[in-house]
Design a protein around this ligand. Structure first.
Ligand code: SAM
Length: 292
């Protein structure tokens, strides 16, 4: 059996062999806990027919385990210095393809078309670079690729926002944008001590599974997300003021908005954080119908 890249001793040996120095600006915190990575892979529920997109393989700690569990792994790594290292650590795995690419500049539909079988499911499994967690999540959600499951490690605070329910302090535009399309679940928490170098924050592994029917049709998703950003703009304020600031203040508008709110049983003094996904959708539709 090949040694596990993610064991502390193996990671240290690899880093030393290649004289690798971490770049903080690229969110390089490598997991050195095989047990945790195995739990992460099992949360992805892979079959050996399924295909995986990994973002940020680092030195290949997670990639190696994915290669054992999936049919194929395509891993996008921005740091060119890691490519010769990955070629070395993953030499034995012929079902892995590493590409020197920035995930945020990658056309995911094209990547999938060119590299994956079109019938078998595709999943995303990744220990994300934390400085771009939210842009990556939005990119994955907006991609015209039906990812069967997304299992990603991120800072705990962001994970809590993804799963937050109405009324909770972490409930906001990110919770809503995610939950209109996916079921979000925190699989388990990961202490900062599991990484080298140690990040400042604790982490969590989140699984995202697509809803059978998204709450908002695809064609309206972008404008709904924009509506939600406005609704939650100043969380501590009444939502109506966020809309008045956005559309331009007038007594007429205030009266109209109040009427729309009341029409769907929402008090005009409410804060966005109190509203359920369904209430937000209703309000969005009324504004749309009235040409806002
Ligand atoms: N997968 C490894 C692990 O679990 O130990 C490393 C994870 S580390 C948190 C994040 C990785 O993402 C780093 O290897 C970093 O170089 C890479 N990365 C950072 N920004 C990226 C981007 N825009 N596109 C692709 N990879 C990126």
């Amino acid at each position: 059996d090949a040694p596990l890249i993610s064991s502390m001793s193996e990671t240290k040996a690899i880093l030393q062999k290649h004289g690798f120095t971490f770049k903080k600006s690229l969110g390089q915190n490598f997991l050195t806990n095989p047990q945790l990575l195995m739990q992460m892979v099992s949360a992805a529920d892979l079959t050996t027919k399924e295909q995986v997109l990994e973002i940020g393989p680092g030195i290949g700690a997670l990639t190696q385990l994915l290669a054992h569990s999936a049919d194929k792994v395509v891993a996008l790594e921005i740091d060119q210095r890691l490519l010769p290292i990955l070629a070395d650590t993953l030499a034995a795995y012929h079902n892995v393809k590493v590409m020197n690419q920035d995930v945020l500049k990658t056309d995911l539909a094209e990547l999938v078309r060119a590299n994956f079988d079109h019938v078998e499911p595709i999943k995303v499994v990744a220990n994300l670079p934390y400085y771009i967690t939210t842009p990556i999540l939005f990119k994955l959600l907006a991609a015209p690729v039906p990812f069967a499951k997304i299992v990603v490690m991120m800072q705990k605070e962001v994970a809590q926002r993804l799963v937050a329910e109405p009324g909770h302090k972490d409930y906001g535009s990110l919770s809503v944008a995610i939950q209109t399309k996916m079921t979000a679940k925190i699989e388990f928490k990961v202490p900062k001590t599991a990484f080298v170098p140690q990040p400042k924050v604790d982490s969590a592994i989140v699984s995202l599974t697509p809803l059978d029917t998204p709450l908002i049709p695809e064609s309206q998703q972008a404008s709904f997300n924009q509506f939600v950003l406005v609704a939650f703009k100043q969380r501590r304020k009444q939502m109506i003021n966020n809309f008045l600031n956005y559309f331009g203040k007038s007594d007429q508008l205030r009266a109209d908005l109040s009427r729309y709110f009341e029409g769907i049983g929402i008090k005009p003094t409410v804060r966005a954080e109190a509203l359920s996904l369904v209430q937000l959708k209703q309000l969005y539709q009324i504004l749309l119908k009235n040409n806002y």
